[in-house]
Write a protein that binds this ligand. Structure first.
Ligand code: ZN
Length: 278
């Protein structure tokens, strides 16, 4: 499952939803993002990290709180946990809901884990857009990335030039909008300024393939913005053919249709479009 290893960054891709867990290594630290999904996959990442760490501190970063991204949290008790203020501040009931999704997944597939299923206790809280964490010669810069859900962050690791994008800028998923389509657009509008401000060598999305190609990153941004615009206008006019056509080439239609439909419902709510009673 080690998919890619280059210049201090290793990417592990789960067999489930092509979810990416990254391990970034500098002279000053080892940082893991979103270790997931299956027990042997998490164990594999843990072994890799412990092999590499030496005396360096271990950081565990969560791009956002969706259950598939925090599922491996309990496997790294020694790590300094990094996440947004919104993730850190989730109410008990919301935390419990997320944990319940993990337990349901594990029950559905008879999965047992040799580590506890826990919600992240955040040590380093990202509050400001552009906030930085300096560890020796390593700089982490964070940007709020909301829209997919309400607690996402982008993280840039320098000098590696790694951009951990969470559930944005995927090559296989169109925007999955659980929270707000306008905030999603705002997040996508940060792409250009991030590329201007930081020398990026690789973008790691939460699902799908990483890319070292800046044109590819901009291409994903344009495509995702276009999807939201098109879905909004087609939802406003009730244009079923256009709505269906927006995902006609998606790679996993039986599943992805559901996310597309939920996007449509969310946008209809944002536009105050009444749905006929069913
Ligand atoms: Zn995800």
């Amino acid at each position: 499952m080690l998919q890619w290893e280059h210049g201090g960054i290793a990417i592990f891709q789960s067999v489930l939803y092509r979810t990416a867990s990254a391990v970034a290594e500098t002279e000053d630290l080892i940082l893991i993002s979103d270790p997931c999904w299956l027990p042997h996959e998490v164990e594999n990442i843990r072994r890799y990290v412990l092999d590499k760490a030496g005396g360096r501190p271990i950081y565990l970063l969560f791009t956002h709180s969706d259950f598939d991204h925090i599922i491996g949290c309990g496997a790294f008790p020694e790590a300094h946990v990094v996440a947004s203020n919104a993730l850190a501040g989730k109410a008990e009931a919301e935390r419990e809901q997320i944990l319940e999704q993990i337990r349901t997944f594990d029950d559905d597939y008879y999965v047992t884990r040799d580590y506890p299923v826990v919600y992240p206790e955040v040590d380093i809280i990202v509050r400001e857009d552009g906030q930085q964490l300096q560890v020796g010669g390593t700089t982490l810069t964070f940007y709020h990335a909301q829209g997919h859900n309400d607690d996402g962050i982008f993280t840039i690791i320098e000098p590696l030039g790694v951009w951990l994008a969470g559930d944005y800028l995927s090559d296989i998923e169109f925007p999955y909008i659980y929270h707000s389509s306008t905030l999603y657009e705002e997040t996508l509008h940060k792409v250009r300024s991030i590329l201007d401000r930081h020398p990026i060598s690789v973008l790691v999305p939460g699902h799908g393939q990483c890319t070292e190609d800046m044109e590819e990153i901009l291409g994903r941004q344009v495509k995702d913005l276009q999807y939201i615009l098109d879905l909004r206008s087609a939802a406003a006019s009730g244009d079923e053919e256009t709505i269906a056509g927006l995902i006609k080439d998606c790679p996993f239609p039986r599943n992805m249709r559901k996310f597309h439909y939920n996007n449509r419902l969310l946008i209809e709510r944002e536009l105050n479009i009444a749905r006929p009673a069913t």
